[in-house]
Design a binder for this molecule. Structure first.
Ligand SMILES: C[S@@+](CC[C@H](N)C(=O)[O-])C[C@H]1O[C@@H](n2cnc3c(N)ncnc32)[C@H](O)[C@@H]1O
Ligand code: SF4
Ligand code: SF4
Length: 316
């Protein structure tokens, strides 16, 4: 399964193909922009429980392990990845990469990981350190891990959040990721976090300019994925040459999020509405047939905060 293959097809029929699992909500970073649902609430799912849940889901195509920082539960991740690989289910591990090492990268490869997905917003160690309020040595460790991972048998993807802090620097971030050996770069349009008040998202003109500049600077053998822009790619006339994809949003449609306490959410990022709980009778196999009211409401309206932020009601 290639990266984002679920997102490259516009979901017409709603059925669960991808499950994002909040292995832990705890994190060793405290990023201002962070969307993690109930970050640091201590909720976690161990590998035995995750595997038990997955055993009851015969049709799943992809499992994304996210958090929090999932590598705080490294062995659980490794065991889930190995289980999924044995069933031909693609896996993605979302990480800040600070807690990886050569031996952990090797173990993930041996377990059969499909994709390692790493946040990568600053090439410069001192800027990184100032923004994240962490020592520069952590940044060096992340770069070292990215370099090692890029040589591994799984795909390594870096994701840059497009927000005020990165909107003028995408080409240099792209170039430095390329130098680390990375060949897939995702640009995640930042979403306002209503629950924390974080709102440094890129405005419409800045976003368009940032995308255009990056596409012009794109390395020929690098693939670019832009996320949370599919609803306005045509309105803004964003460039779509070969090797540049604007992934379709599948959240709530063919992918759901499972939190550590069993809550099932439409999307941890932009719509953390609880539509059920697997410990209170929700069956993930029949959730699209049963359509709990919060899910039905979402699928009827298909709201998109990324679109609403750039195209307020009055301006459409
Ligand atoms: C919550 S993090 C968990 C994985 C890991 N700790 C990391 O930082 O990569 C998952 C993804 O959410 C993205 N994210 C966090 N806050 C966001 C926001 N406000 N808007 C869009 N994406 C966001 C991050 O860029 C990251 O790639
Ligand atoms: S974005 Fe990732 S690394 Fe940053 S606080 Fe959230 S979970 Fe932690
Ligand atoms: S609905 Fe949410 S996840 Fe989907 S594109 Fe819009 S902001 Fe992104």
């Amino acid at each position: 399964m290639t990266y984002k293959s679920l997102e490259l097809v516009k979901p017409e029929q709603y059925t669960l193909e991808g499950l994002e699992i909040g292995v832990t909500s705890n994190c060793n970073f405290k990023c201002d922009y962070c969307c993690a649902y109930n970050r640091d609430d201590g909720q976690a799912l161990d590998s035995r429980e995750i595997i038990r849940i997955l055993e009851g889901m015969p049709d799943l195509k992809r499992v994304r392990l996210s958090g929090g920082e999932v590598t705080l539960k490294f062995q659980d991740c490794e065991e889930v990845v190995a289980y999924c690989a044995s069933r031909g289910i693609a896996t993605q591990l979302n990480s800040n990469a600070s807690l990886l090492s050569a031996s952990r990268i090797d173990r993930l490869a041996k377990a059969g990981l499909t994709t390692l997905h790493v946040s990568y917003n600053y090439r410069d160690a001192s800027e990184w350190s100032r923004y994240y309020r962490l020592p520069e040595s952590v940044h060096r460790k992340i770069l070292e891990n990215l370099r090692l991972a890029a040589q591994s048998s799984f795909d390594t993807v870096v994701e840059t959040l497009l927000f005020e802090g990165t909107q003028n620097r995408l080409p240099e971030i792209h170039e430095s990721a390329y130098e680390l050996g990375i060949r897939t770069h995702e640009i995640q349009n930042a979403i306002r976090m209503n629950h924390t008040g974080w709102s440094s998202i890129a405005a419409r003109d800045q976003l368009k300019q940032a995308v255009e500049e990056l596409v012009r600077a794109k390395k020929e053998d690098m693939i670019l994925y832009f996320t949370c822009m599919d609803r306005f790619v045509d309105e803004l006339g964003l460039p779509q040459p070969e090797g540049v994809h604007y992934s379709h949003c599948i959240d709530g449609k063919t992918q759901l999020h499972l939190h550590g306490n069993g809550d099932v959410l439409i999307c941890e990022l932009c719509h953390p509405v609880i539509i059920g709980n697997i410990y209170k009778g929700t069956d993930l196999n029949t959730i699209y047939r049963d359509r709990p009211s919060a899910l039905d409401d979402y699928l009827t309206k298909l709201p998109c905060p990324a679109f609403d932020a750039l195209f307020p009601q009055g301006e459409r």
